[in-house]
Design a protein around this ligand. Structure first.
Ligand SMILES: N[C@@H](CCC(=O)N[C@@H](CS)C(=O)NCC(=O)O)C(=O)O
Length: 202
C-alpha cells in the first residue's frame, strides 16, 4: 500500500501513528507528493483522492481510501487492532472524540491557510475570530472531558493528541495549555508513546 503523505499534516500524522502502533511499517510505503494546499493541483494526488487532500491511501489492488478516519479504521481492521472497538458505547465515545479532534484540526488548518496563503486584502477578521472561538470551546470541552479518556488510547485519544500537537506546531504563541492543566498533564503523558515521538512534525 502507498500512503500519500506530508509530515506536517496532522491528519497524516494520525495515520502514521496507527501504522506504527499496528506494526504495519513494512506494508505501507510513504509517498511525498510535494506541497499540497487548497490552491495546488497535484495530479498524482488527484488520481488517488479526487478532493486533492491528504492523507490518501492507495491499496495494492489499485483502489484508494480517504479520508483519515476511513484510512485509520481500515488499517486497524486489517491488523486486528484495538483502536476502533466494536462495543457500541466505547465505539461511539471514541468516534465522537475523534470528530472533536478532527474538528479542531479542520478549523486550525483552515486558519493556517488563511494566515499563510490568503492575500492580506482578502482576509476577514470576523471569520477568523469565530473559528478561534470554536477552537477555544473545543479545547475547553477537552479539559472537562480528559479525566474520562481511555488509559490505553483509542482512535479518539490519538486524534486529540494530533490536534494538540498541531496547536503546538503552528499556533505555539496561543498556548492551549494556559488554563487547561488536566489536558496538559494528559498530553505530556500520551507524548511518551514511541509512535507519537516518532511523528512529531518538524
Ligand atoms: N477530513 C480530512 C481532512 C484532510 C485535510 O484537510 N488535509 C489537508 C492537509 S493537512 C489538505 O489536504 N489540504 C489541501 C486542501 O485543502 O485542498 C481527513 O481527515 O483526512
Amino acid at each position: 500500500m502507498k500512503l500519500i503523505s506530508v509530515d506536517a499534516s496532522p491528519f497524516v500524522r494520525k495515520v502514521r501513528i496507527l501504522i506504527l502502533e499496528l506494526g504495519l511499517q513494512d506494508s505501507v510505503e510513504l509517498v511525498d507528493p510535494g506541497p499540497i494546499t487548497p490552491v495546488s493541483n497535484n495530479v498524482t494526488l488527484n488520481a488517488i483522492n479526487p478532493l486533492g487532500m491528504l492523507p490518501a491511501l492507495e491499496l495494492d489492488n489499485g483502489e484508494s481510501l480517504y479520508d483519515s478516519p476511513v484510512i485509520c479504521e481500515y488499517l486497524n481492521q486489517i491488523a486486528g487492532g484495538p483502536f476502533f472497538p466494536a462495543d457500541s458505547i466505547l465505539r461511539f465515545n471514541t468516534l465522537g472524540l475523534q470528530a472533536l479532534g478532527d474538528g479542531i484540526l479542520d478549523l486550525s488548518v483552515a486558519l493556517r491557510y488563511e494566515a499563510a496563503l490568503r492575500p492580506q486584502e482578502l482576509r476577514w477578521q470576523t471569520w477568523i475570530d469565530h473559528q478561534n472561538e470554536k477552537i477555544k470551546r473545543g479545547l475547553d470541552a477537552l479539559e472537562t472531558r480528559c479525566a474520562q479518556f481511555e488509559p490505553s488510547p483509542l482512535i479518539g485519544e490519538i486524534t486529540i493528541a494530533c490536534a494538540l500537537g498541531y496547536r503546538d506546531f503552528r499556533f505555539a504563541a496561543e498556548d492551549w495549555r494556559s488554563g487547561r492543566p488536566a489536558l496538559s498533564r494528559w498530553f505530556d503523558q500520551i507524548m511518551q508513546r514511541d509512535s507519537l515521538v516518532k511523528t512529531i512534525p518538524s
